[in-house]
Design a protein around this ligand. Structure first.
Ligand code: SAM
Length: 340
């Protein structure tokens, strides 16, 4: 089975290392995509494996390569492929269709033109089906069937009948949020499929100016925000917020404080954050967590290996552990999950 796996720009080589570690055979790579081969027997748990890949975004399953130069030619070839893939299928409800492209200047315009021309051709020959085409949700945890296209450059695209849509969760900014970091917390809740509830206790290490804290306060949770810097005046006096101006790396919740969520977004070496995080998990100080690691000067693959080490890592303490580069992460990765 072949898979086309997309990633953020400049993360191709890191994704290749991650894929090799996971025993995928690399066949080809380009700008924001890697073509790999994996054993057919792995098909069943491919979705599970995708969610374990930190740097993978969307995956096209068994993609077909299309080469064309003019827009009309491209659209015609895609339409032919679409017609043949729909043969014998009974589509009653929505038909997911998605057109993605590599991060190359002006490629989005090209992809859009091809998509419009393709849609006209589909509408002419299969009007009922054309009306059923819908954009899938931006995140899927299992393969979905439909029609998926990835433009890898101006003269090449890949099309597939099944895909796992991942890590393109562009969140909506809240104008009252104190920082854009707010978006990362919001995205992590979707990734974990769990969010703070009213009256749950959060400890937010490195909280200022307060984007993550705001995200929790919005959900009526209680927050202890630890940071020597100031929390945004917009939320500083919130009744559910306690701000402690102290070193977050030394904070211990003690026996009386029951913490539901650990948030940690401190700008510090990942190795140091992992030590603190390890203590929190080992001591059972929190039930759920979102921890952001700044990978700018570290090897992310070494960090992932360290987290996943069954003996010395964090995985042994967790019932759910997801390590992902979020859409809103920059030179960062986010670890979220639940303690056993
Ligand atoms: C990226 S910002 C956090 C942004 C925050 N999550 C938000 O949503 O607005 C990192 C914060 O870590 C804080 N920080 C760094 N080292 C710290 C330490 N040892 N103790 C407490 N805070 C620390 C900085 O003051 C800074 O406010």
């Amino acid at each position: 089975m072949n898979l086309l796996i997309t990633c953020k720009p400049n993360y191709e080589n890191i994704l290749v290392r991650e894929l090799v570690l996971d025993k995928y055979l690399i066949k080809e790579q380009g700008n924001c995509w890697i073509l790999v081969q994996c054993d057919d027997s792995l098909k069943q748990n491919i979705a599970q494996r995708q969610t374990q890949l930190c740097f993978a975004q969307t995956i096209l399953i068994n993609p077909i390569r299309i080469n064309a130069s003019a827009v009309n030619d491209f659209a015609g070839k895609l339409a032919d492929l679409f017609f043949s893939s729909m043969q014998g299928k009974q589509i009653e409800n929505n038909l997911p269709a998605l057109c993605l492209h590599a991060d190359i200047e002006s490629l989005s315009q090209r992809a859009k033109s091809v998509e419009i021309t393709w849609h006209k051709k589909i509408s002419k020959k299969m009007p009922r089906l054309a009306k059923l085409l819908t954009k899938p949700a931006p995140f899927s945890t299992k393969p979905i069937e439909g029609f998926f296209v990835y433009f890898s450059d101006f003269k090449q695209a890949f099309a597939a009948e099944a895909a796992i849509i991942g890590s393109c969760l562009r969140m909506q900014m809240d104008e009252n949020a104190p920082s854009r970091s707010y978006l990362k917390a919001e995205e992590a809740f979707i990734l974990l499929d769990c969010q703070p509830k009213a009256n749950e206790q959060i400890v937010d290490l490195g909280a200022a100016p307060g984007g993550w804290t705001y995200s929790a306060l919005k959900r009526e949770a209680k927050v202890i925000a630890i940071d020597n810097a100031l929390i945004s005046p917009g939320i500083a006096n919130h009744p559910n917020l306690t701000h402690l101006k102290q070193d977050a790396l030394k904070f211990k919740p003690g026996n009386k404080l029951k913490v539901d969520w650990l948030f940690c977004d401190i700008i510090e070496k990942p190795e140091i954050i992992l030590q603190i995080f390890h203590t929190w998990l080992k001591q059972g100080w929190c039930k759920k967590f979102i921890v952001n690691l700044k990978i700018g000067r570290s090897d992310p693959i070494a960090i992932i290996k360290k987290i996943n080490d069954p003996v010395t890592g964090l995985i042994g303490y967790c019932s759910i552990l997801k390590i992902r580069q979020l859409y809103h992460d920059r030179e960062e990765i986010t670890v979220t999950g639940k303690r056993i």
